[in-house]
Design a protein around this ligand. Structure first.
Ligand code: SAH
Length: 373
C-alpha cells in the first residue's frame, strides 16, 4: 500500500491559537511564530508553507516536514439553478457531511454542519433518517468555512461587513446535526471563525439553530453570543412531541423560558423561531394565533419555512394561501414573519434535505451518544 505521508502530519488548518502555540513549542520555535502562522492560515487562507515569505526558508521547510494545511476533501460539488452551491465533504476517516452556500443580493450565507448524521429523528427532516455517526471536530467545522472561502475565491479575509461585496458574510449552524449536542467543538470552531485577525466573521453574523436543547441555551449565549434560532414547528406539546421528539424531554414551556432568558437578546437582536409549514398538520390560523400568544414577552421574529420534500417524506408543503394567512396573523400582531424562500431544492440543498451516505461503523466503533440524548 502506498502510504500518504502528508495525511499523517498534524493538520494546522482549523486549529485554535492555543493549539498552534503548542505546535510551535513542540518544534522549538519562538512563540511569536504562532501569530505569524495564524495570519497566513486564517487571514490569507494559505495551503502551502512555501508562500509564507516572512518566515525564513529553512523554517518553512521544517514546518512542511512536520505539519500540513489540509482542507476537507470535496467528494461532490453541485450548483443549483438559483446559484446555491452544495459540497459533500469527506473527512480524513472517510465520513461525509454537507455544507451549503446560499448567495443573496445583500449577503451570502454558509450553512455549516455540526455532526455526521443526527440523533434527533425529527419526522419531517431528511437528516433525521440518518443515524448519528459522530460529532464533527472543531477543525472539521472550521474546515467547512475555509473550503467555502477557497471555492468562492475570497481570500484574504476581511472584517465582516467591511469593504466590497463579499460572497460569504454570514454563517448559519443549520446543516446536518444538532449543534448544542456538539457544543464544545462548535464553540471552539466559532471562536476561531470569529477571531478578528483571521476569518473575522462577527458573532452578529452567526446564527446557531437548535431543536431545543434547553440546558445548553444559556451557555451558548454567554460563551459565544451568537444569534439564536429555535426550531419550534408546533404550538402544542402533543404535536411537537411527534414532529420534534426532543420535545418530550424539553417541552415548549421550558424551551420558551430559556429563550426569554437568552443572554444578549433584545428587541434589536431577536431570537428567530423557525416554523416549517406542513399541510394539514400545523398550518391553521388558530395555530398562528396560539404562536403569537406563546411568544409574548420574548424578543422574537418568526421564519416560516415551506416544507422541503425529500424521497419518502411523510408530509407535504402547506398551500401558498395557508402560508400567507399564517404570516399575516403574525405580522398583524407585530412580528416579522418572512417566508423563507426555498433555495437549492433541485440539488437537495434546502433546509432539512441534507443527508450523507455515511453509516455507523462496527458496533465497537460507535460514536458515544451525547449525554443529553
Ligand atoms: N438540529 C438543528 C439544526 C438544523 S437547522 C435544529 O433543529 O435547529 C435545519 C432547519 O431546517 C431546522 O429548523 C429544521 O427543523 C428545518 N427542517 C428540517 N427538515 C425540513 C424540511 N424538510 N423542510 C423545511 N425545513 C426543514
Amino acid at each position: 500500500m502506498n502510504i500518504d505521508i502528508d495525511h499523517q502530519k498534524q493538520n494546522l488548518a482549523g486549529v485554535s491559537r492555543a493549539e498552534l502555540a503548542a505546535a510551535m513549542t513542540e518544534i522549538g520555535a519562538e512563540p511569536f511564530r504562532a501569530r505569524q502562522l495564524w495570519h497566513w492560515i486564517y487571514h490569507r487562507g494559505s495551503t502551502d508553507f512555501a508562500v509564507m515569505t516572512n518566515l525564513a526558508k529553512p523554517f518553512r521547510e521544517r514546518l512542511a516536514e512536520q505539519f500540513a494545511l489540509r482542507r476537507p476533501e470535496v467528494a461532490t460539488a453541485l450548483t443549483s439553478r438559483d446559484g446555491t452551491r452544495k459540497w459533500l465533504l469527506r473527512f480524513a476517516d472517510g465520513n461525509e457531511a454537507e455544507t451549503v452556500h446560499i448567495p443573496e443580493e445583500d449577503r451570502g450565507t454558509l450553512c455549516v454542519s455540526s455532526q455526521v448524521g443526527c440523533t434527533l429523528t425529527c419526522r419531517f427532516c431528511h437528516t433525521g433518517t440518518q443515524r448519528l455517526v459522530r460529532n464533527l471536530t472543531a477543525a472539521e467545522i472550521v474546515g467547512q468555512v475555509m473550503l467555502a472561502r477557497d471555492a468562492l475565491g475570497e481570500w484574504p479575509s476581511t472584517p465582516s461587513g467591511a469593504g466590497e461585496d463579499r460572497l460569504l458574510t454570514n454563517i448559519v449552524l443549520m446543516g446536518m446535526g444538532e449543534p448544542l449536542y456538539n457544543f464544545d467543538n462548535v464553540a471552539a470552531a466559532m471562536k476561531i471563525v470569529m477571531d478578528p485577525e483571521g476569518l473575522a466573521i462577527s458573532r452578529r453574523k452567526i446564527t446557531l439553530s437548535t431543536a431545543g436543547v434547553v440546558p445548553m441555551i444559556e451557555r451558548c449565549g454567554r460563551e459565544l453570543g451568537v444569534n439564536l434560532a429555535i426550531s419550534l414547528h408546533a404550538v402544542s406539546d402533543e404535536l411537537r412531541d411527534v414532529l420534534v421528539p426532543l420535545n418530550k424531554k424539553y417541552p415548549i414551556a421550558e424551551l420558551l423560558a430559556a429563550c426569554g432568558a437568552y443572554p444578549g437578546s433584545s428587541n434589536a437582536r431577536r431570537i428567530t423561531f423557525e416554523y416549517v409549514m406542513l399541510k394539514g398538520v400545523n398550518d391553521t390560523p388558530a395555530e398562528a394565533r396560539e404562536l403569537v400568544r406563546l411568544l409574548r414577552g420574548i424578543p422574537a421574529k418568526v421564519n416560516l419555512i415551506p416544507f422541503n420534500p425529500w424521497p419518502g417524506a411523510p408530509y407535504e408543503c402547506s398551500r401558498a394561501e395557508a402560508i400567507a394567512a399564517f404570516s399575516d396573523i403574525l405580522f398583524a400582531a407585530g412580528y416579522s414573519a418572512p417566508v423563507r424562500t426555498p433555495r437549492g431544492r433541485d440539488i437537495l440543498a434546502a433546509c432539512g434535505q441534507l443527508k450523507s451516505a455515511s453509516q455507523r461503523a462496527r458496533r465497537s466503533e460507535r460514536a458515544v451518544e451525547p449525554a443529553e440524548a
